[in-house]
Design a binder for this molecule. Structure first.
Ligand code: ADP
Ligand code: MG
Length: 346
């Protein structure tokens, strides 16, 4: 996905030249960033707030396929998925470190594109890039992002806080990123068999974007704060609704009832899943990579979110003994499993 217009070999710049080139335009914005790139460690000051830290590792061929992922999007997504973990704690993201392992097939121009995407995401979310590491890689492209943020101690939403009777809420809609991936995979196969055929992704922008360009839900964290809602438990949906809900229930020692007809699906996700012969509900439950926020709130907070188009109540928390289940559209009860591909068929 890198169009080889110019090609500057990285070995001509050297490691320090590369770091200097990629990071020279960075200006620190966050008040908590005291020292960024250029010393042995960055220096941060969060005053009396608690510090939040999260790391992700992204490997070529495991987490992304450069045959259809543009490098700018890759840099952007690497940052977004990592910031999402800070928001999932009900915190504010303020810094990242960005580390890369580069194979020799990458010229400087390709790395510049990755950084453009990463720095664009940082700017949009008011986050400083304060450091990283750079290495050669013999196993393809490696990206590791660590995000750092902060929160008041009382505001932090752990997975373990869900209470019996709480409402289970999710932001945005689900399943789109997975269906978008199916579409990109199909077009890749067609292209590999006949490179003269142009990809047919027309009218599918939304789900392609859901896959290639996810947006961490900082806005939801802000919305909750504005409405004085402290989620009792929260996490981001990276592995699919089913797995995440089971995590919250396990950590909180509770059960849940999820209603299939409440799961928010975008119409394009629904239609395209059908085209692929997939059950749209299963895509939402097991698809993953939607990076929406899944959280629980006390029933007494319902009025504060009622009517908000961006938040859907999809079920409620029960006692642990009741187990974790989904009520299907036809009224049948199915146990919720992390890999429920067969459980919901038919
Ligand atoms: P060290 O030898 O201490 O690891 P480096 O030479 O790797 O130091 O890094 C020098 C500075 O450049 C540090 O501030 C480091 O955080 C930063 N840095 C290194 N690689 C990257 C990168 N890929 N992106 C941003 N900053 C980087
Ligand atoms: Mg280093």
């Amino acid at each position: 996905m890198f169009d080889n217009k110019e090609r500057t070999e990285i070995k001509d710049l050297g490691e320090f030249g590369l770091i200097e080139h990629l990071t020279k335009a960075i200006e620190l914005q966050a008040p908590s960033s005291i020292k960024g790139i250029g010393d042995d460690a960055a220096v941060l000051d969060f005053g009396n707030k608690k510090t939040l830290i999260s790391t992700d590792l992204l490997l070529e061929g495991v987490h992304f396929d450069l045959r259809y992922v543009p490098l700018r999007h890759l840099g952007y997504k690497a940052v977004q998925v990592n910031l999402s973990d800070i928001y999932a704690m009900n915190g504010t993201a303020s810094q990242i470190t960005f580390s890369i392992g580069l194979s020799s097939k990458f010229p400087l121009e390709a790395v510049e594109e990755i950084y453009e995407g990463a720095l664009y995401a940082c700017k949009k979310y008011n986050v400083d890039l304060i450091g990283g590491d750079t290495s050669a890689s013999k196993q393809g492209l490696v990206i590791s992002v660590t995000s750092i943020g902060y929160a008041d101690e009382e505001a932090i939403a752990y997975r373990s806080g869900a209470q019996e009777g709480d409402l289970i809420c999710v932001s945005g809609d689900l399943g789109g990123a997975y269906v978008g991936l199916q579409l990109l995979e199909r077009e890749k196969q067609i292209y590999l068999e006949n490179p003269s055929i142009q990809p047919d992704l027309e009218g599918k922008d939304y789900i392609i974007e859901r896959q290639l360009k996810p947006e961490a839900r900082k806005d939801i964290v802000e919305l909750l704060a504005e409405n004085s809602i402290k989620p009792t438990a929260m996490m981001d949906v990276s592995d699919g609704l089913s797995a995440e809900l089971l995590h919250i229930c396990k950590a909180s020692d509770k059960g849940c009832k999820l209603f299939e007809d409440k799961i928010p699906l975008d119409p394009m996700t629904y239609e395209t899943a059908r085209e692929f012969g997939l059950d749209p509900t299963v895509c939402a439950l097991n698809g993953g990579e939607d990076y929406e926020l899944l959280f629980t709130i006390p029933q007494s907070d319902y009025d504060k979110i009622k009517g908000n188009m961006d938040i859907t109540v999809i079920g409620y928390v029960t006692e642990a003994a009741a187990g974790c289940s989904m009520i299907s559209k036809s009224g049948n009860v199915y146990p919720l499993t992390a890999q429920g591909w067969n459980a919901f068929q038919g």
